[in-house]
Design a protein around this ligand. Structure first.
Ligand code: URA
Length: 303
C-alpha cells in the first residue's frame, strides 16, 4: 500500500462522515488518484467550463451548471441539462425533479454529499428544449473529465440523453432502465445503470414506481465494489503530479466515454426506437444574461 492509498482510505471515511457507511465504497475500490488531487483537478475543469463558449448556449445561460457533490463518490448520477432553477442557482437538480431525486436518495440512505450529480449539458437550453447534437458534442469532454476524475464504480444515467450518450447507442430508457451493464468508459470499467429521469416520474405514477424500484437496487450494486480495472497502457500510466485535464478541459487520458460525434445518438424524448418518453427537465424559462462574476463558494458543492 502506498501513501496515496492511505490518503484515499482516510478521506473515504471522512466522506462518509454522517453515519456508519453501509453503502460506502469498499476499500478495494480505492481509486488510483487521491481525492485531494481529484478535487483540485475537478475545480480546474470547472474553471474552464465556467467560461465556456464552445456552443451558442453560453449566450443565453445565466451560469454554467457544472455539477456538484462528492469528488470521492462511488456513484454518479448524470441527468440531461439544467432547467430554469438550476440556471439561476448554478446547481444541478434543484427544482421539482431534484426534490424527487433527493427523496429517492434518502430512501436508500444516501444524500447529495455521498454522490456526484452532473448533466450531459452544463448550460440550460432555452425553453428547456432538447439538447442538440452540437451542444452535446461541445460539452462532452467536461463530462468525460468528470467521470475520469471522480472514478465512480456506478454511473446512473437519468433518462434518454445521458443513457444514449454514455452507451453510444440509440436504445431508449424504457427498454434499458434497471439493467446493469458493465462498460468501459474512457480508461475505466464501471457499472452503468440506466434509470428513468426523475422529471418523467413526477406526473406518471408507473414511472415513479419503476424508478423507485430501480433505485432500491443501488445499495446492492454499490456493495459489489468496483469492477476489475483494465491495465492502463504504459503511456497512460502518469503520476498524480502530471495527470489530469488540460487547459481546454479535455479528459485526462483523452479517451472518450463513448463513440464520437458520428455515432452520437440523437437522444431525447420519444426518439428512441421504442418511443421512449421522459427525459426532459421540468421548469419554465425566461431571458438570461451571461454572468461572468465569481460564483458563490458553494456552487461547485464539492465535499
Ligand atoms: N435538472 C437538472 O439539473 N438536470 C436535469 O436533467 C433535469 C433537471
Amino acid at each position: 500500500m502506498n501513501a496515496n492509498n492511505d490518503e484515499v482510505r482516510s478521506t473515504r471515511v471522512t466522506a462518509s462522515r454522517h453515519r456508519v457507511p453501509p453503502l460506502a465504497r469498499p476499500l478495494a475500490s480505492r481509486p488510483v488518484t487521491s481525492p485531494t488531487v481529484r478535487r483540485e483537478r475537478l475545480k480546474a475543469v470547472y474553471e474552464e467550463a465556467r467560461g465556456c463558449v464552445r456552443c451558442p448556449l453560453h449566450r443565453t445561460r445565466t451560469q454554467v451548471v457544472f455539477g456538484s457533490g462528492n469528488a470521492d463518490a462511488g456513484v454518479m448520477f448524470i441527468g440531461e441539462a439544467p432547467g430554469a432553477n438550476e440556471d439561476k442557482q448554478g446547481l444541478p437538480f434543484v427544482g421539482q425533479a431534484g426534490k424527487l431525486l433527493d427523496k429517492l436518495l434518502a430512501e436508500i440512505e444516501l444524500e447529495r454529499a455521498d454522490v456526484f450529480i452532473a448533466n450531459v449539458l452544463k448550460c440550460r437550453p432555452p425553453g428547456n428544449r432538447d439538447p442538440q447534437p452540437n451542444e452535446i458534442e461541445s460539452c462532452r469532454s467536461y463530462l468525460e473529465s468528470q467521470v475520469e476524475l471522480i472514478e465512480p464504480d456506478i454511473i446512473c444515467t437519468l433518462g434518454n440523453f445521458a443513457t444514449k450518450l454514455l452507451r453510444g447507442d440509440p436504445t431508449g430508457i424504457s427498454r434499458l432502465h434497471g439493467q446493469v451493464e458493465e462498460r468501459k468508459l474512457g480508461p475505466r470499467a464501471i457499472r452503468l445503470y440506466p434509470l428513468y429521469h426523475p422529471a418523467a416520474a413526477l406526473y406518471t405514477p408507473a414511472t415513479l414506481e419503476a424508478l423507485r424500484a430501480d433505485f432500491q437496487r443501488i445499495p446492492e450494486l454499490l456493495a459489489l465494489g468496483p469492477l476489475a480495472q483494465p491495465e492502463p497502457p504504459p503511456a497512460a500510466a502518469v503520476s498524480d503530479a502530471d495527470a489530469g485535464t488540460d487547459a481546454a478541459g479535455t479528459s485526462a487520458s483523452g479517451a472518450p466515454l463513448a463513440p464520437q460525434r458520428e455515432d452520437l445518438p440523437a437522444g431525447g424524448s420519444g426518439d428512441g426506437p421504442d418511443g421512449d418518453d421522459g427525459s426532459s427537465p421540468a421548469g419554465g424559462h425566461d431571458g438570461r444574461t451571461t454572468d461572468d462574476s465569481e460564483p458563490p463558494a458553494t456552487q461547485l458543492g464539492l465535499f
